[in-house]
Design a binder for this molecule. Structure first.
Ligand code: ZN
Length: 466
């Protein structure tokens, strides 16, 4: 970066907002998948939307590329800086501007950690239903930029469904303030959706109006075993119709994955024995503790009688709820214990899942006889997480494994990314899930909003390549 630009940027953000040299710690070039290739010389930490706007005016004029950084918990290497990119950290743009109890909304700054939002909402009788394992570290700006999913999408939707308005800074520094609180607002294009899920490539989100839900008065969890996949699919339908809107989770773990979880993750108590084909964590949340618990037990009883499940443990206390969720939450650690393995986050129709699981394993073992595939995830949303391992080969054949898994996802018209995004790591497979007309429209949007390609260049796609 030339010294005139550096001086201008330092003047905008001041000493506290400008890190250089040794002050640039590892956290500005590493994420949850590991360390990046380039240690940046300078990191900017603006304190306000106005400062960010001034930064972008300068960068736009100079053709300086930037990359937005939240909690660095992403899984597709979108926020790690590339050579000559300027990281912009939102760590000083934190805080809750307002909780409006009458409209059930909360206006927050984008660097605010998700857990802080959870705690503030709960202290005021609400929940913000977006929840994921990274809650203590991830920021709401990153959640929006990636359209994060998580455990309760079946009930409340993805991040996209939980946001009413955003404020963002465009590549040229223009501030677009669209902090709408209305549920219904059909006055032209829904501009916030341009930024949500764009992984920092169309604008930098600075604030958001979040849609809260009243804090549920009841919660109960069951951990169940099913004999075959047909029973799992029927059990999902049964729980949806039996609980109506109260069904808040339907998570499934394949048998071998359950075994690895119980055997390898410390602190996990096995709720059920290990001989069943599928394990399901399901949850109800509602407005009346005793009636909801009674209804939950009755619906589960019907499923047992019909043979959709063959065994079940039902929570009777908050401690038991936490223990059962701990088994599901340990899935990521269980897959990590099987390194080297390649992780996947795919979406499929439920009707294709059994074939997909069997066929991935068949294609993997045809090439590597000791290959293993671990599967679990948000089955109620059509979203599976996989860990695929070609024995203990070193180096591990990641590209061949990617080709097998994504090839099959493409054949089944699924999505190569259900909730993690594309970033840098899935670019080669974007076209497995998007057709040519869709890709061309994405390119037009990118060129219209960021003609100089200075916002997270190369993430998701490079316009010249499509
Ligand atoms: Zn997930």
């Amino acid at each position: 970066m030339n010294s005139d630009l550096a001086t201008a940027l330092k003047t905008i953000v001041g000493e506290a907002g400008y890190l250089e040299g040794d002050a640039v710690g590892e956290k500005y070039y590493s994420d949850w998948r590991g360390q990046g290739d380039f240690r940046p010389n300078i990191v900017l930490r603006p304190a306000s939307t106005e400062e960010l706007s001034e930064i972008m005016k300068c960068c736009h004029a100079a053709g300086q590329a930037v990359v937005a950084q939240g909690g660095m918990t992403g899984l597709v290497a979108a926020a790690r800086p590339h050579q000559n990119e300027l990281p912009i950290s939102f760590e000083r743009m934190t805080g809750i501007d307002e909780l409006d109890a009458r409209t059930g909304t909360m206006t927050v700054q984008s660097g605010t950690p998700l857990q802080v939002i959870h705690e503030y909402a709960e202290a005021n009788g609400f929940i913000y239903p977006l929840d994921l394992g990274a809650r203590g570290s991830c920021t709401i700006g990153g959640n929006l930029a990636t359209n994060a999913g998580g455990n309760r999408v079946i009930r409340f939707g993805m991040t996209r469904d939980l946001v009413l308005g955003v404020e963002a800074v465009l590549a040229d520094g223009t501030i677009v303030s669209s902090l709408n609180k209305l549920i219904k607002n059909n006055t032209g294009y829904d501009l916030k959706q341009l930024f949500i899920g764009s992984e920092g490539t169309l604008g930098l989100i600075t604030k958001a109006v979040l849609r809260l839900s009243p804090k549920p008065k009841s919660q109960a969890v069951a951990f169940c075993a099913a004999p075959d996949f047909d029973a799992v699919a029927k059990f999902l339908h049964h729980m949806k119709s039996g609980l109506g809107g109260n069904l808040s989770a339907f998570e499934v773990i394949w048998q071998n994955t359950y075994q690895v979880t119980i055997d390898n993750v410390p602190g996990v108590k096995a709720p059920l024995s290990q001989e069943h084909a599928y394990y399901i964590l399901t949850e109800t949340m509602g407005g009346d503790q005793s009636r909801d618990q009674e209804r939950f037990e009755a619906v589960l009883g019907e499923a047992l009688e019909a043979g959709l499940i063959v065994d079940a443990v039902i929570s009777k206390s908050q401690a038991e709820i936490d223990d059962l969720w701990r088994v599901r939450d340990a899935l990521a650690e269980a897959m990590a214990s099987q390194q080297p393995a390649v992780g996947f986050d795919v979406s499929l129709l439920i009707d294709d899942m059994e074939y997909f699981a069997d066929e991935v394993t068949r294609r993997m073992t045809a090439v590597w006889s000791d290959a293993c595939v671990y599967i679990g995830g948000h089955l109620g949303d059509g979203n599976l997480h996989l860990g695929a391992k070609a024995g203990s080969l070193d180096p591990h054949p990641k590209e061949e494994i990617d080709a097998i898994v994504y090839g099959l996802v493409g054949e089944l018209n699924g999505s190569v990314s259900a909730e993690h995004g594309i970033g840098m790591l899935k670019r080669a497979y974007l076209s497995s899930s998007r057709n040519l007309a869709e890709l061309a429209l994405m390119k037009k949007l990118k060129q219209a909003l960021d003609p100089g390609e200075i916002l997270s260049p190369g993430r998701i796609f490079t316009p010249n390549d499509i």
